[in-house]
Design a protein around this ligand. Structure first.
Ligand code: PMP
Length: 372
């Protein structure tokens, strides 16, 4: 068997040891004679799996008692509707920071439920030009948001497509804002330490740093659990889900089990501080290779570059297809950039080892020498 280095943006590579363990336990989980997929979500066996998974996640991110952790469905795009339905009671509007495709999508969906007030915007962030790929200066948020009766302020901590990542700017301001902060952390959760107390709500689809698609993780300030509009479906009402320990209806049991194995793996490695150091080292290696070359270019402003998703272009676009096919011959796959921006993108989440990034930069240097 030979496994490739998989740079997919998501669903993304999982730690090999997790996959091996899941394979071993597939037919017979811990001598019980059945697969986790076949267990009742209310059985004592599954309850053990679920509670350990939730507690490990809380431990990894130091989630305080003021906040609940919920395992839901619908993905991060589902959250674009679920969050307004849950937080708009008594409010008509919310504030949005647009830094790329994902935050814009959230803003657009919100308009079905209330008035979306865009308080910071990267015009044309989708274009992936240097002019658009940066984190805007955030201090002005205080003036734009406070006193405006906003239900919350939403932003996307890591824009997976354009490769723009915040570095604590909004977390640092949260204490001075008069509304809760809601953050989409789908593509960088568990890759850096957070002060969870500064957030009203953090959400993310699982299929990057957490596990397989199907489960959506929500960290929510308990004070926000009962602000849902009456139209909010019960299965998606944070208060109802919390009261029922994420078991109001059947949760995505197998995805949660794999997430639990990923959390055990991460704890063994050294937890989120380990992931953060790794992310720093891997992304620096890749960005240095890009910056020291005449062939590759990254449009994102240096201090705002994502440590998870590294977009880059080739100076001669005619080389794109041979870059991708030669990379695949070297076992380096899923490097094609998102269709809306073109070029390349290497996603290097927690499960991508340094060795995989070294293989990629070796290939990129060789390709530049021989083909460009
Ligand atoms: N937000 C971000 C930052 C993402 O990267 C993604 C998925 N790539 C989404 C939202 C959408 O997630 P899902 O497909 O799970 O709904």
């Amino acid at each position: 068997m030979s496994r490739v280095w998989n740079f997919s943006a998501g669903p993304a590579a999982l730690p090999e040891s997790v996959l091996r363990r899941a394979a071993e336990e597939m037919l017979d989980w811990q001598g019980k004679g059945l697969s986790v997929m076949e267990m009742s979500h209310r059985s004592p066996e599954y309850t053990r799996i679920f509670e350990k998974t939730r507690d490990d996640f809380r431990k990894l991110l130091n989630v305080p008692d003021t906040h609940d952790v919920l395992f839901m469905q619908g993905g991060a795009v589902g959250m674009n509707a679920i969050v307004p339905m849950n937080l708009l009671q008594g409010f008509e509007q919310a504030a949005f920071v647009n830094t790329g495709a994902w935050s814009k999508k959230t803003t657009k969906e919100f308009s079905k439920y209330g008035l979306a007030r865009v308080v910071l915007d990267n015009a044309n962030a989708l274009a992936n030009t240097a002019a658009a790929c940066y984190v805007p200066e955030c201090a002005s948020l205080l003036d734009r948001v406070n006193g405006q009766q906003m239900a919350y302020l939403h932003y996307c901590d890591n824009e997976t497509i354009s490769g723009v990542e915040f570095n604590g700017q909004i977390e640092a301001l949260a204490g001075q804002l008069d509304c809760p902060v809601v953050a989409d952390m789908s593509s960088n959760i568990l890759s850096k330490t957070l002060d969870v107390t500064q957030y009203g709500l953090i959400y993310g689809g699982a299929q990057k740093n957490v596990g397989p698609a199907g489960v959506t993780i929500v960290i929510i300030d308990k004070a926000l659990l009962n602000r849902a509009l009456s139209i909010c479906p019960s299965a998606f009402a944070f208060g109802t889900v919390a009261e029922n320990g994420s078991m109001y209806n059947t949760p995505p049991t197998y995805s949660i089990y794999i997430a639990g194995l990923v959390f055990e793996w991460l704890i063994e490695k050294g937890g989120v501080p380990w992931a953060q150091a790794q992310a720093q080292e891997k992304s620096a290696l890749l960005y240095d290779t890009i910056d020291n070359s005449d062939l590759y270019n990254c449009p994102v402003r240096r201090q705002d570059r994502s440590r998870m998703n590294v977009p880059f272009t080739l100076a001669d676009e005619a080389l794109n297809s041979s870059f991708l096919s030669k990379a695949a011959e070297h076992g380096l796959v899923q490097l094609k950039g998102h269709k809306s921006v073109g070029g390349m993108r290497a996603s290097i989440y927690n499960a991508m080892p340094l060795e995989g990034v070294k293989a990629l930069v070796d290939f990129m240097r060789d390709f530049e020498k021989t083909e460009a």
